[in-house]
Design a protein around this ligand. Structure first.
Ligand SMILES: [Zn+2]
Length: 275
């Protein structure tokens, strides 16, 4: 009975009150951001260690250097926008999966890009920066915790019954990590998409990447969905008038883009030691 009580306390620790996004929107927040970050770390390291052991993490410096360079510049801007994220363990891995057009960023700044996105979309650096900037923005705006809340409230509800039966604190963390893993596969809301579009184009421009590439990127993404929907499109549903909104936003950030002649870079962490 005592052990069961401690499990309840732990679950309560994972749960926080409602939160407000950077654009002022109220979010469903059953999972606190710090819990989402801890769970995401566990999920990320487990997945990357597994992929590394299977030889599925790209080590070709021609690929990784490009991704690191773009991401490092974007993260430097993300940190300026939300200074406490300087404490995050920002990192990015390139997953060798030529059929998957996808990229994501978990709570706490742990990212992945799939080779399918690079090979099938053939993005310019400016366009790649828009993808990564968009992903980083989902994390900055706490969308991962929001999706984890959904995952916890649905899937984990079932799993929770198992936890209480097990009376195991470790199992609770396991469920949170599962929810973190599951969250990157859940679609964002259209409102979250609009937020990520807005923040993404801003940090990319300030990092020295052409805002017009946001328009061409989504055109390429749309064209790629002709041969079967890319994973990216299923997790990033198109908000109403995305293209029109991006065309409207792009000129607003041209000045920041032109001013960013020598943008700073954030030193990324090496996330997955096992290769
Ligand atoms: Zn998105």
């Amino acid at each position: 009975m005592v052990r069961k009580y401690s499990a309840v306390v732990l679950v309560a620790a994972l749960v926080s009150a409602c939160a407000v996004s950077p654009t002022g929107r109220r979010q469903l927040s059953l999972v606190s951001e710090s819990s989402a970050i801890a769970a995401s770390k566990e999920a990320y390291l487990a997945q990357m260690n597994e992929l590394g052991a299977a030889g599925k993490l790209v080590t070709d410096p021609n690929v990784t250097r490009r991704i690191d360079q773009i991401t490092g510049r974007l993260v430097a801007q993300a940190v300026m926008l939300r200074p406490e994220t300087a404490q995050w363990e920002w990192s990015v891995e390139v997953i060798d999966d030529p059929e998957t057009i996808n990229a994501w960023c978990m709570a706490g700044g742990r990212m992945a890009v799939y080779t399918g996105l690079i090979q099938k979309l053939d993005p310019t650096d400016d366009e790649l920066a828009q993808v990564m900037g968009h992903e980083i923005s989902h994390a900055l705006a706490n969308h991962t915790a929001e999706k984890m809340s959904v995952a916890m409230a649905t899937q984990a509800g079932v799993a929770a019954a198992g936890i209480f039966a097990e009376d195991n604190a470790g199992a609770i963390m396991g469920v949170a990590a599962l929810a973190a893993q599951y969250a990157v596969q859940l679609p964002n809301s259209r409102t979250a998409e609009s937020e990520a579009d807005e923040i993404g184009i801003e940090i990319a421009a300030k990092a020295g990447y052409n805002p017009n590439a946001a328009v061409t990127l989504w055109e390429k993404m749309g064209a790629a969905s002709g041969e079967g929907p890319p994973q990216f499109m299923s997790t990033h549903p198109s908000p109403t008038n995305r293209q029109a909104r991006l065309r409207e936003l792009a000129p607003q950030w041209m000045e920041s883009y032109r001013a960013a002649t020598n943008p700073p870079t954030y030193q990324l962490q090496d996330a997955a030691p096992a290769r």
